[in-house]
Design a protein around this ligand. Sequence first.
Ligand SMILES: NC(=O)CCC(=O)C(=O)O
Length: 298
Amino acid sequence: MARLLKQPVKLALIQLATTADKAHNLSHARSKVLEASRAGARIIVLPECFNSPYGTKYFPKYAETLLPSPPSKEKSPSFHALSDMAREAQSYLIGGSIPEYEEDTKELFNTSLTFGPSGDLLATHRKVHLFDIDIPGKIRFKESEVLSPGNKITLLDLPDYGKVAIAICYDIRFPELATIAARKGAFLLLYPGAFNLTTGALHWELQARARAMDNQVYVGLCSPARDMDADYNAWGHSMIVDPNAAIIEQLDEKEGIVYAELNGDKIEEVRKGIPIYGQRRFDVYPDVSKDAKVGEAE
Ligand SMILES: NC(=O)CCC(=O)C(=O)O
């Protein structure tokens, strides 16, 4: 099997304390991205909706126009802030997600932008599975009231390291995305996400470890810090899981950065020991990675 991760790399997930002030969120994100870079991280991740509060009433207000790309600074201050951060940090930056407005279709999306160390845009992922749930007495949330879904799986080849899949929060509950990305060679699945106090306690850790276990790859979940004064209380607990489904490190609910050194040897060791990767029975069931819509931009 070809080496999935070409050389060891330090991954950082920034559990950012976000506010209603977009300019503050952008400058605060910059200081944390540079902190992670000084600590040696070369793949750095921000959380879902890192530039705004999370909630359907906020998406239209905070949305930025990304197309045609590159957008002007007026149309998308976050695009330019993320590009500058990646260049200053000399790192790959998965810019969590931001609310996006597409002028032509008048649709809103929950969109993740990834930039390379020279500040160039490498990938755009629009959340494919919208967060629509209703648990009586606990939480009702319907992203689909205002958002449209993206239509592809995002798999990105980082020239220095290898393939990374990017999806957003609720996307993690659909294991097909992870399996397709892993079968197409991803060494790492990254999910900027904001679970809540109900589903976070139930499933956050389980989802992270299950995707790692099923696919024998590294998994990173990056949440905003919890703010009990906000309308939506994020679970926090950003974590990095190894290809054997062991948690390398996990934060609590407060702001912080979780780091891990990722190593291709670990993936190979795990796959050699439990060789499910080569034991699939496509004569019994179909290969979900065949005919999947995979790309780097919508
Ligand atoms: N922002 C989200 O997609 C939240 C997903 C979530 O909480 C879940 O339980 O799934």
